[in-house]
Design a protein around this ligand. Structure first.
Ligand code: SF4
Length: 609
């Protein structure tokens, strides 16, 4: 039956250079759909507890979904592995067209294990797979690597995922660059690639993806496009991308400023869409097949960085590398973010770490590097630290290159009180003290504290969830909302869709797309049901890898320090607030009071060991 799947994974063991094909069975498709679901199942089955994330046994999975490579709008790609930063499940998503090319080459995903004995890159040309020497590329940045591989293969249309020096140096928040301006950014998939001596994966595919019901699929695509065009949120994204969120977050008291000490920044407008439009943007850009086009093509027009080609500075990077560090010159922030992108560092984790270092220096816990004034607002200090982290240079670079949790523990004293993370993942740029449900989402996120696993902000600020009034500052009524959002997010991440697509495309439409593509009857509930199965599977994976349920918590700052500014001034998420939310969450999830899924829950979901 034609079902839009390629019905096979490509598996590569870099230790011995073997390449093989693994069929994708019906049970996997029926129960896990694709993307995150496939990755969660493969990782759970293939990565035993205690596996070193940077050891050859760890798996690096590039996954697609059943809609990847079709005309369904706003689809992306997915990397799954065990994170070297959190030592937990990691799924990270990237735009561009790399994932579609995997599908065009005839695979639903690429499974990479082992470790090459020298730097290599993998060249996949439909059925032909080569492991090629990459010794000359070692040390090159993300863009240079991309261009040199295209030149070597004499084809500038091939799609490439690669790492920079940070991944080579095993920095545990190193990213994978996809098509040089898209990234699988969070929690260190780039370091896993580096640990395998794998500099890049290059793909050329020439096959078509065939859907089961072309007419039904065309109708569902038309509906999806119509829903996107009618959504005010999508129109706003098309106009200003996520940059518009900088001013919004400052007005609502959710913006990080000075290592999350404050929640507003009086110069937020300079970092947001107006500042970026004035100094950077030249036109709109989009991932393959995306009618939204939230990205931008840009170049710095004035000042020290004049002429530097750039993209949009996404909200998370603008906030964590800008307002969080007290830097308001958006041209400088674009420069710092681009440096991270080229060296292969997650600019979110990096911004958080630099904020931590600046505060730790202010409080006398660490010294400034020689000749550097490690103070908030100092662009040169931020640039110095980014380079020092990527190359693990002696001093603060080597220390911060361990991630904020490990760095703070090593410094000792009160340093862990300044470290903003959950389970080792540096906190995203939405301060939770004014939206306590976001705090619960961070506490329980399956890859650590993450805003993309249950983004409650719009509902909490509107003070309404599914027709019921909610108080953004209260711990009551948050568990059901967070669970529903987490399940839906995990369920639709099986399609490997862009999160922004869900602002417009309805669950029924995603179900129609899936049904027409695969020939399997689906309704809107299938995403929440599958998402719940995946969420419990990743919880089981994390517990098996040694996750302590006591780590379902928030950084000390959010718990002990009331907000000094903004609309939620005076509020914190207290220990008792966390206990209330945690208990309600565990109960509603069908987990015991230690946060472990009960046998009954696992049986209901069909995932009992
Ligand atoms: S909305 Fe933006 S990030 Fe998402 S697929 Fe479209 S261009 Fe890419």
């Amino acid at each position: 039956m034609t079902d839009a799947y390629a019905n096979k994974f490509l598996t590569i063991d870099l230790s011995n250079g073997s390449v093989s094909i693994l069929p994708v069975c019906d049970e996997l498709k029926n129960r896990y759909i694709g993307g995150k679901g496939f990755g969660a199942k493969l990782l759970t089955d293939g990565v035993p507890s205690g596996t070193d994330p940077l050891g050859p046994q760890n798996m690096l999975l590039f996954m697609t979904g059943p809609l990847t490579g079709t005309s369904a709008p706003a689809m992306r790609g997915c990397v799954v592995t065990k994170s070297p930063l959190t030592h937990l499940f990691l799924d990270s998503y990237f735009g561009g067209s790399f994932a579609a090319e995997i599908k065009y080459a005839g695979y639903d995903g690429i499974i990479i294990t082992g470790r090459a004995d020298r730097p290599v890159y993998v060249w996949i040309d439909d059925d032909r797979v080569e492991i090629r020497d990459a010794s000359d590329l070692w040390g090159a940045d993300i863009l240079e690597t991309n261009l040199r591989i295209k030149a070597e293969l004499a084809d500038d249309t091939i799609k490439i995922a690669d790492i920079g020096p940070a991944g080579e140096n095993l920095v545990p928040f190193a990213l994978i660059g996809c098509e040089f301006n898209r990234q699988a950014g969070r929690a260190g998939a780039g370091a896993v690639m580096g640990s395998k001596n794998l500099k890049a994966v290059a793909v050329r595919g020439t096959r078509l993806v065939r859907v089961n019901d072309p007419k039904g699929f065309a109708r569902a695509c038309a509906t999806a496009l119509s829903e996107l065009s009618q959504s005010p949120d999508i129109r706003a994204l098309a106009l200003a991308g996520t940059a518009a969120s900088v001013e919004f977050a400052s007005e609502t008291g959710l913006l990080p400023h000075k290592n999350f000490t404050y929640s507003t920044f009086d110069k937020a407008a300079k970092l947001g869409d107006k500042g970026q439009a004035k100094h950077l943007w030249l036109g709109t850009n989009a991932c393959m097949g995306c009618p939204i086009g939230c990205a931008k093509i840009g170049a710095v027009r004035t000042g020290k960085y004049k002429g530097m080609v750039t993209d949009i500075v996404e909200y998370e990077s603008a906030a964590l590398m800008g307002s969080n560090l007290g830097i308001s010159d958006v041209r400088a922030v674009a420069h710092l973010v681009k440096l991270c992108d080229l060296l292969g560092l997650d600019s979110m984790s990096c911004g958080s770490l630099i904020g931590f270092a600046m505060e730790a220096c202010q409080k006398g816990l660490i010294a400034s590097p020689p000749g550097i004034d490690l103070n908030f607002g100092n662009v040169a200090a931020a640039q110095h630290l980014i380079q020092a982290i990527a190359f693990r240079k002696d001093g603060p670079g080597a220390l911060l290159a361990k991630g904020v949790r490990a760095a703070a523990e090593e410094i000792g004293g009160s340093a862990p009180d300044l470290a903003l993370h959950t389970k080792g993942l540096e906190t995203p740029a939405w301060g939770p003290r004014g939206v306590s449900g976001m705090g619960l989402a961070y506490m329980t996120g399956d890859r650590g504290g993450c805003h993309q696993r249950g983004f409650t902000v719009p509902y909490e600020l509107a003070e309404e969830w599914e027709g019921k009034k909610i108080d953004p500052l209260s711990p009551q009524g948050k568990a059901d909302m967070v669970i529903a959002l987490q399940n839906y997010s995990a369920g639709t991440d099986t399609l490997v869709k862009c999160d922004f697509g869900t602002f417009g495309i309805k669950a029924d439409t995603y179900a129609d797309l899936l049904a027409a593509a695969t020939g399997r009857q689906k309704n809107a509930d299938c995403f929440s049901q599958t998402g719940e199965r995946i969420w419990n599977l990743t919880r089981q994976f994390n517990l098996a890898q040694g996750m302590d349920p006591c780590s379902d918590t928030l950084p000390r700052r959010f718990v002990q320090e009331p907000l000094p500014d903004g609309p939620a001034k005076g509020h914190k998420i207290s220990e008792s607030d966390m206990a209330i939310m945690r208990k309600a969450y565990y109960t509603a999830r069908g987990w015991d009071n230690m946060g472990k899924p009960t046998t009954k829950t696992l049986r209901r979901l069909g995932i009992e060991p």
